[in-house]
Write a protein that binds this ligand. Structure first.
Ligand SMILES: [Zn+2]
Length: 148
C-alpha cells in the first residue's frame, strides 16, 4: 500500500541518491510517447532525439522500495568557474504509477521556468541554467558578442 506519510522530502532524502534508476522511463518507447504528449515542445527547437538526451541528462528516476522518485539534476554556479550539481527530488509516486501519470508529472516539471525554458532568440528548449535571463549562451555569444 502506498503510504503518503512517506512523501515528506526529508523521508525521501535518506536513500534515493543511491537507489537504482528506473529504466522503464528512460526507454526509447517511453520517451517517444512522452515527447508526442507535449505538443508545446514542437513549437520550440527540440527534436525527439534531443528531447531524449535532455531527459536522460537532467532527470533522474529512482526506485526506493515501493516508490518512484522523480529527481531533477540542478546546476548552479559556485563562483566564476565552478558549477555545482545536485539532485532534487521533485515528485514521489507509487512505483507502479502508470505511464500517463508519470508523463503528466514530467510535463509539469518541464513547464517550470526554474528548471527549463525556451531561448527567446533561437527558441531552443533547454535547462534554464544554460539560458540565463531566457537567452542561451550560444545566442549571447553569437548575437551579442559576449565571450564565456
Ligand atoms: Zn538561443
Amino acid at each position: 500500500m502506498f503510504n503518503s506519510d512517506f512523501l515528506s522530502p526529508f523521508a525521501v532524502k535518506k536513500d534515493y541518491q543511491n537507489s537504482p534508476a528506473s529504466h522503464r522511463i528512460l526507454s526509447d518507447s517511453f520517451l517517444s510517447e512522452l515527447y508526442s504528449k507535449i505538443p508545446k515542445l514542437r513549437h520550440t527547437q527540440i527534436s525527439a532525439e534531443d528531447f531524449h538526451d535532455l531527459i536522460r541528462d537532467f532527470f533522474s528516476f529512482r526506485e526506493v522500495e515501493d516508490l518512484l522518485i522523480i529527481c531533477i539534476k540542478y546546476l548552479k554556479w559556485e563562483g566564476l568557474h565552478d558549477i555545482s550539481e545536485s539532485l532534487h527530488p521533485e515528485i514521489v509516486l507509487p512505483i507502479d504509477a502508470n505511464n500517463d501519470v508519470i508523463s503528466k508529472k514530467i510535463k509539469n516539471i518541464l513547464g517550470r521556468k526554474t528548471y527549463f525554458t525556451a531561448c527567446l532568440e533561437c527558441n531552443r528548449f533547454l535547462p534554464t541554467f544554460h539560458a540565463p535571463g531566457s537567452t542561451c549562451y550560444s545566442c549571447l555569444e553569437i548575437n551579442h558578442g559576449l565571450i564565456f
